[in-house]
Write a protein of this length. Structure first.
Ligand code: OXD
Ligand code: MN
Length: 639
């Protein structure tokens, strides 16, 4: 077995603040008490110090002093620029070659191929996860990682996904040579030295990240953002609960607690332990009168999860509170209720399009203690991006774009990158739910799937039951967005909104969902599909969206309460005409167009979905899904 897949070897260490590791000599501990750490953590750190050859080891404690020290360093270097208008807010511009998640360079490494990817028909390379063999992976890692931190500091970040010490939480340790990553991890996860006590002799998810630019680094560094885009390689080892990421500092590629751990690795842990790790927001919806329902919703990246999770109701008397905006860990408890926690501690939201009208709660969340990546900066010390045109007081103000160019509103070109992000603490959200850190999680009554579907797909429908709901999730599609490396308006399959984040064979994943339906005693949530993005013949959206989405959630809540407000259709239950409250927007909404089901569209849509699942999931497609497809085809044929 290769060394990379081996357990980290025994190490020797001295009583002074240095580690002696095989073949290395002395690596100074720049900060932290290495000797006080749990043994498994010490071995992990020492092994990677030997392997990556940093100039020092910095064991993070999560304190504010630590953040201040790092921020000052990054300001001096020019990586961060303060936004004078706000308290403790900074702009960071990346190398323009490092701006998004890189799915084409993201791999899952398991001994057996079909633990990772379904048994597809033919030789076609499937799109549901990329498998790499341990041998090939080893070669790729060996050509990148040894010595890759030379001349750089190795930061050791202990973190918890979920409240520290909660039975639903999991611990990770990220090793990185990027202090930007450290700053964002402090926002997105819980970084504290308490982790070491909670961890004790227990296991943790091993996260290893490097920008891949050992010193002396002879290539040009752009924007003080050393990275190695040509050599990006992100490998997940679900069997060993390990992630290795090389070459990129951007969000999902480098903040390894988020997509890599809380989705891909947790997805596989959840299968083994009987729970679910999903790409879902979690929200509480309180109706006039005080009854509250909780909803989890899965939409592909950049389809408005953050906006929905923080919705400001346009209907009087309704209150929405946010539990999480991107990831849900869900588990049925002993009473059979599905309980969800948000494993993250912050928001890493898409900035363009966010403003005081579209998402005032997100805006309020990042007024302090936040990091903005690839946004523009106004001369009076504010962030700027597309969508803020109407909210800037001085329309003539000088702006420096994300590319460092001087620019003014109305001029050609874009101020911010379309995947520019704000990174802000969830606790600062004015509508954060008081139970957002409840170790028990919140009880989920309904699950929504959705995407950007300009054509054919009505505003909302409800599945005919759990198995049909799993098909609705598996059939999710959406227009491509800027969150990854795709371009254009192509409609892409994104089953369960998990296509980029699957940690194991998608056929087995579907079966994992279905087996909850086979168990007795579970209170299964109802499953819905929503589409805020249908356009009319004139190309305009048929639904106002944003705060008006509460009207759809109202209908969902009625269905959760078993109210008789639905009619059967070929694709599921549709709202009976008039059962969605349109008071005040009656003139804007063309019900018949919004809910029409063009037979030809649905006939070819289900055929295309079937072909996709046959091709991509092949022999691993559970028979219940095949049955649901057949039933759907029969219903559509009868339309
Ligand atoms: C994200 C994504 O950043 O889904 O949340 O890409
Ligand atoms: Mn996401």
């Amino acid at each position: 077995m290769s060394r990379e897949l081996d357990v980290e070897p025994e190490i020797k260490y001295t009583e002074v603040h240095e580690i002696i590791v095989p073949h290395l000599g002395h690596i100074p501990i720049a900060k932290g008490d290495f000797h006080a750490l749990p043994t498994k953590a010490k071995k992990f750190i020492a092994f990677y110090a030997d392997y990556l050859k940093p100039r020092g080891i910095f064991i993070c404690d999560g304190s504010n002093e630590e953040a201040t020290e790092i921020i000052h360093k990054l300001e001096e270097r020019g990586t961060l620029e303060q936004l004078e208008k706000y308290e403790n807010c900074y702009v960071c511009r990346t190398d323009p070659a490092d701006v998004a998640r890189v799915e084409s360079k993201t791999w899952i490494c398991t001994k057996e191929k079909h633990k990772t990817v379904p048994r597809c028909h033919g030789d076609a390379k499937g799109g549901l996860g990329q498998w790499i063999s341990p041998e090939d992976c080893q070669k790729e890692l060996q050509s990148r990682f040894p010595g890759c931190m030379a001349g750089r500091m190795m930061y050791v970040i202990p973190f918890s996904m979920g409240p520290v010490g909660s039975p639903l939480s999991k611990i990770g340790i990220e090793i990185t040579d990027s202090n930007y990553v450290l700053l964002c991890m402090r926002v997105m996860t819980r970084v504290t030295s308490k982790i070491w006590e909670v961890l004790g002799d227990g296991d943790f998810v091993k996260c290893i990240h490097s920008m891949g630019c050992p010193r002396p680094w002879r290539k040009k560094v752009v924007n003080h953002w050393p990275c190695n885009p040509e050599r990006i390689f992100i490998a997940h080892f679900p069997e060993e609960r390990k992630v290795k990421s090389f070459g990129s500092g951007y969000g999902g590629n480098s903040l390894l607690g988020k997509k890599c751990f809380a989705l891909r690795i947790a997805n596989a842990i959840a299968r083994d332990e009987g729970w679910m790790a999903e790409h879902m927001l979690i929200m509480g919806i309180t109706k006039p009168g005080g009854k509250e329902h909780y909803i989890a919703a899965a939409f592909p990246s950049a389809c408005g999860k953050t906006n929905l999770a923080m919705l400001e109701s346009t209907l009087p008397g309704w209150k929405v509170r946010c539990v999480g905006d991107d990831i849900a860990w869900m588990r049925f408890n002993e009473k059979g209720e599905l309980r969800a926690i948000n494993p993250e501690a912050g928001f890493f939201g898409v900035a363009p399009g966010t403003n005081w009208k579209t998402n005032p709660n997100a805006m309020a969340s990042f007024q302090k203690n936040s990091i903005f990546t690839n946004v523009a900066k106004t001369d009076d010390g504010s962030y700027y991006w597309e969508g803020l045109e109407d909210e800037v007081e001085d329309k003539n103000i000088g702006i420096t774009t994300w590319l460092g160019k001087r620019w003014k509103i109305g001029e050609e070109g874009k101020a911010a990158h379309p995947n520019a992000r704000f990174c802000s603490p969830a606790a600062q959200c004015p509508i954060i739910h008081p139970k957002w850190e409840d170790p028990e999680g919140v009880p989920i009554d309904a699950i929504l799937f959705g995407g950007r579907r300009p054509e054919g797909v009505p505003l909302v429908f409800e599945s005919y039951g759990w198995n049909h709901g799993v098909l609705v999730g598996a059939a999710c599609k959406s227009e491509a967005t800027a969150a990854a490396e795709f371009h254009g308006k192509k409609i892409m399959h994104d089953p369960m909104a998990m296509r980029p984040f699957m940690g194991y064979n998608f056929g087995e994943y579907l079966d994992h969902w279905l087996q909850f339906g086979r168990q007795s005693g579970l209170k299964l949530p109802k499953i819905f599909h929503v589409n805020w993005f249908r356009t009319g013949a004139d190309g305009h959206f048929l639904w106002p969206g944003f705060g008006d989405n509460i009207r759809v959630l109202d209908w969902v809540c009625k269905r959760v309460e078993d109210k008789d407000v639905a009619v059967e259709s070929a694709i599921g239950y549709l709202p009976t005409k008039g059962s969605i409250d349109l008071s005040g927007i009656e003139d804007k909404v063309k019900w018949d167009e919004l809910f029409s089901l063009p037979k030809d569209y649905w006939k070819s849509d289900i055929e295309e979905t079937k072909a996709f699942l046959d091709r991509e999931v092949g022999d691993d497609l559970p028979k219940e899904i095949c049955e649901e497809i057949k039933k759907m085809q029969e219903r559509i044929n009868k339309m």
